[in-house]
Design a protein around this ligand. Structure first.
Ligand code: FAD
Ligand code: SF4
Length: 410
């Protein structure tokens, strides 16, 4: 199968074009871009450094504020945050902050800079459950405060949902490098250890001064009509397999995808980049209500994905799915050799001693649970931040300060 899956779709800047882009920046005094960044990455400051060709200084600004700077540079929905309020939009178009950040963090990597530092050991230990973005950022923030940190991950690979974001948007090597830097800081990682099953929460509570839960929304949702059907796979399982096998997977020439969010767009785009001829995406929402970002939707359409909006699955018989339109009478039957469900994810906190209300833990004050030794962050924590990588980074930074305060820090 002819595969374009491994190439980063968006081209990076060159030394010349990054300086050209930085020179468009208005160096705003009140810098709306920096106010809008949940991770506090300070675009105005690092763009200023780039304008003066000080790439090292720019890398320091990014990394000191965001332990996942190279990842956020690639996957952050900048149109919702820093670029949304960019003053340059009033003249022509916003500064491409994400790609400037990508250039700078690639430069940092090429020089093997070591910016993150551990703080003076304070003799206290924190266990973290899960290794997604919020957990990784919390681990770095806690190390900088002098805590010994151990991370427990149920999968064999670290990174949480970052390992599902397709290679053409987020290469695995970028995630590997970010985790390597964190490991160098002295964070200890345990893989293939599910807390609540292989390791009991009570054991962690005895061995550590605090336990931080960051299990995310790691399980894919199934629809009852599709349950037990051998032709059906869940989007999270499909994306995980394609990424783990570097795109070397066999997929039939005719695939039906159900769902219309960003994860569904990742699935259909992946299928096209893998060379699948017929990809049909059937979506509950109508185009005007679409959940996926415009950029991802248009990208999928450009690759030739057929998108049918406003349909609900009515009956499933083997490889044939009948759909009813939400407004127009009648039925459409689609036959496919593989059916991929991208209808959302859910969290599982069994054995973690906390309860979920509408998919979130909100048992005490922000990031606290009923148990004074147990804290939460990331997608399962009730917070004002979006369920995104950068939202996770923000909750990871904040929860580290809450844990420090609870354990007698400043
Ligand atoms: C396909 C896909 C594409 C996405 N694309 C983007 C994007 O482009 N931009 C963006 O900002 N966001 C994106 N997101 C969302 C983003 O990845 C999540 O918001 C973010 O990863 C949540 O981080 P988290 O720290 O809460 O945990 P997660 O990343 O969800 O990781 C949680 C980890 O905890 C582990 N775990 C769970 N239970 C246990 C247990 N009991 N014991 C041990 N380990 C456990 C899980 O295995 C998992 O590794 C995407 C998500 C998906 C699924
Ligand atoms: S808002 Fe835009 S123009 Fe102003 S400092 Fe930030 S990137 Fe530059």
């Amino acid at each position: 199968m002819d595969s374009n899956y491994k190439k980063e779709l968006e081209p990076g800047f060159s030394p010349l074009t990054v300086c050209e882009e930085a020179s468009r920046c208005l160096l705003c005094l009140d810098a709306p871009c920096s106010k809008a960044c949940p991770a506090g990455t300070s675009p105005d400051k690092f763009i200023r450094s780039v304008r003066f060709r000080n790439f090292k200084g720019a890398a320091e600004t990014i990394r000191e504020n965001n332990a996942l700077g190279a990842i956020c540079a690639r996957v952050c929905p900048t149109e919702k945050y820093c670029q949304k309020g960019c003053s340059r939009s009033g003249i022509d178009r916003p500064i491409d902050i994400g790609r400037i950040q990508r250039y700078v963090t690639d430069y940092e990597e090429s020089l093997k800079m070591e910016i993150l530092k551990a703080g003076k050991a304070n003799g206290k230990k924190v266990a973290i459950v899960g290794s997604g973005p919020s957990a990784l950022q919390a681990a770095v923030s806690l190390r900088s405060l002098g805590y010994a940190v151990e991370v427990f991950e149920k999968e064999k690979v670290l990174g949480g949902m970052l390992r599902l974001i397709p290679e053409y948007r987020l290469p695995d090597r970028v995630v590997d490098k970010e985790i390597e830097r964190i490991e160098k800081l002295g964070v200890k990682f345990h893989v293939g250890e599910c807390v609540g099953k292989d390791v009991k929460l009570e054991e962690l509570k005895k061995a550590f001064d605090a336990v931080l839960l960051a299990p995310g929304y790691s399980y894919g949702k199934m629809l009852p009509a599709f349950e037990g059907n051998p032709n059906v796979v869940l989007a999270v399982d499909f994306l995980r397999e394609v990424k783990a096998k570097k795109g070397e997977v066999k997929v039939p020439a005719n695939v039906l995808v159900v769902g219309g969010g960003d994860v569904a767009m990742d699935v259909v785009t992946t299928l096209k980049l893998l060379g699948v001829e017929h990809v049909t995406d059937v979506v509950y929402e109508q185009f005007k209500e679409f959940k996926a970002s415009k950029k991802e939707l248009e990208g999928a359409q450009r690759l030739g994905v057929t998108i049918m909006d406003g349909y609900v699955p009515a009956k499933v018989e083997g490889k044939v799915v009948s759909f009813a339109h939400r407004e127009i009478k009648g039925e459409v039957k689609i036959e496919a050799d593989k059916i991929i469900l991208a209808v959302g994810q859910y969290p599982d906190v069994s054995g973690l001693g906390v309860e979920l209300v509408k998919g979130e833990v909100n048992e005490g004050k922000k990031y606290f649970t009923k148990d004074p030794k147990v804290f939460v962050c990331g997608d399962i924590a009730k917070s004002e931040f979006d369920k995104t990588v950068v939202g996770g980074v923000r909750t990871g930074k904040e929860v580290a300060l809450y844990i420090d305060a609870a354990l007698g820090g400043k």
